[in-house]
Ligand binder design. Sequence first.
Ligand SMILES: [Zn+2]
Length: 145
Amino acid sequence: MALVMQTDAPFWNSLVFDGIAEVDVEAVTAAFGTIEVVARGHAGGASCPDCGRFSGRVHDRYQRRLRDLPLADQSFVIRLTVRRFICESTDCPRRTFAEPFSRLAAPHARFTTRLSTAPWNGWGLPWLGGPVLGWRPSWDSARDG
Ligand SMILES: [Zn+2]
């Protein structure tokens, strides 16, 4: 099956992250049966999980790879750039903390929240507009990574 790539970032933003306002799509690539979406958070900062103080000082960045719901016959992977912020409270035991993506995935999870909780019957796929793209559940291929 030939897949025509739609490279328009706002399109992918609404397709993949509909209702998840915390991320922006930067790039989309398709190769070897896998669609990869490169995304990053766009919040100005985050609150320290220990002391609650808000910080926008970026310490460094790293990448998380999240497997998402399969799209047609393609695997679907999100490469998420996660920022690590510096907690500036002098009395806080924590020096740095990772940007949270509470709507998208649990901390350290390798799957998006909707993949791990998707009810395969009646999921409805509002972000794909239904079965138009020939989507079907392929739970096995979604789990083997
Ligand atoms: Zn803190």
